[in-house]
Write a protein that binds this ligand. Structure first.
Ligand code: NAD
Ligand code: DAU
Length: 332
């Protein structure tokens, strides 16, 4: 029976992964999470206590990390500062967690010879033109734009160096934009859904032309389990579900699905350095490891996500006011 350590397991994608693992395998999971503003223990409620252990702590705490690595077979590393807008306001925590935190975990993986999977993002590749015929592949050169994506790029390079220099048994995945339950209301889709629920008009940065490549968080989880199981050590796999949509279309879909006029939103100050388009070519993962996404249809995945936020106001209500005050102070 696998013993898995999941860092950042109280965050959006990490908690979706923990649910997925408990439902689809017989693994025992230890979650290490600092419970920053983005972490929420309620995201793990209802999971069996004999399969899940929760440890509150920092991935940059070498002593704590060392003890946890001693007791597991594999580690999946989700913990990060993850929001671009926050990284423009205060980059420092991004360096501490994404760089020093990842370094601390890699040193423990090296000492204990543990299988390590590093969760990264398509943003390390920079952005594409709207009409660029090529999507991102594993060969695309790194070209990050923001303090967030540059620290994620740095963490990927650390993983590659620890594989080559020290023989750490690691893989990396770079995934596109996730949506689904348990996502913090600072992020685009939950922000607009919860705005509509609260009677606030959705806020679109700039003209809303920017394109993101959406994947349901559960499909991200199945891809990570596939890589953990069948991935080749030292390899990088891009994860995506062919879900490109421009932001304006996504806001209009949310408004329509929630019974509002499609144009009932505001244009607000654009994000500094705003990446124009991300798009993933996941051929390698699909052909070499046989993975396919289960959520083929963004519209129905979005409808179930809207239903989840309607049904779980207690989960997000306490973060909403502070998030909107922060955005208001930036003209967004
Ligand atoms: P999130 O912000 O929702 O969650 C991050 C979690 O990490 C939180 O629970 C937080 O408490 C925890 N954490 C932060 N600093 C920590 C520290 N020093 N020690 C321990 N725990 C700490 O993020 P997310 O959107 O779930 O993203 C998870 C991972 O997936 C990140 O590595 C991110 O770069 C990557 N990713 C995200 C997306 C996306 O669309 N959200 C897409 C591709 C990759
Ligand atoms: O591509 C993967 C990345 O996706 C992950 O690495 C990041 O952790 C994750 O946060 C996400 O980054 P984005 O910056 O693309 O996501 P965000 O939800 O912040 O914004 C999505 C798009 O919507 C982006 O073009 C900015 C825009 N936006 C965002 C907000 C919060 C708006 O138009 N209005 C908003 O209110």
């Amino acid at each position: 029976m696998q013993r898995l350590l999941v860092t950042g397991g109280a965050g959006f994608i990490g908690s979706n992964f923990v649910h997925h693992v408990i439902e689809n395998t017989d693994a025992h999971v230890t979650v290490l999470d600092k419970l920053t503003y983005a972490g929420n223990r309620a995201s793990l409620e209802g999971l069996p206590s004999d399969r899940l252990r929760f440890v509150e702590g920092d991935i940059a705490d070498a002593e704590l990390v060392d003890g946890l690595f001693a007791d597991v077979d594999s580690v999946v590393h989700y913990a990060a500062e993850s929001h671009n807008d926050n990284s423009l306001h205060d980059p420092r925590p991004f360096l501490d967690t994404n760089i020093i935190g990842t370094y601390t975990l890699l040193e423990a993986a090296r000492r204990h010879d543990r299988r390590f999977h590093h969760i990264s993002t398509d943003e390390v590749y920079g952005d594409l033109e709207l009409d660029d015929p090529e999507r991102f592949t594993e060969q695309t050169p790194y070209n990050p734009s923001s303090p967030y994506s540059s620290t994620k790029a740095g963490s990927d390079l650390l993983v590659r160096a620890w594989v080559r220099s020290f023989g750490v048994r690691a893989t990396i995945s770079n995934c596109s934009n996730n949506y689904g339950p348990y996502q913090h209301v600072e992020k685009f889709i939950p922000r607009q859904i919860t705005n509509v629920i609260r009677g606030i008009r959705p806020k679109l940065y700039g003209a809303g032309q920017n394109v993101r490549d959406w994947i349901h968080a559960d499909d991200h989880s199945s891809a990570v389990l596939t890589i953990l199981d069948k991935g080749e050590i030292g390899e990088t796999y891009l994860i995506g579900a062919d879900g490109e949509k421009d932001n304006k279309s996504v806001v209009e879909l949310i408004l329509t699905e929630m019974g509002q006029p499609a144009d009932a939103y505001d244009h607000v100050t654009d994000r500094a350095g705003h990446d124009l388009r991300y798009a993933i070519d996941s051929t390698k993962l699909r052909t070499e490891l046989g993975w396919t996404p289960a959520f083929g249809d963004f519209e129905s995945g979005l409808a179930s996500t809207i239903a989840w936020y309607r049904d779980n106001e207690a989960w997000w209500a306490s973060s909403k006011d502070a998030t909107e005050s922060f955005y208001a102070s930036k003209g967004q």
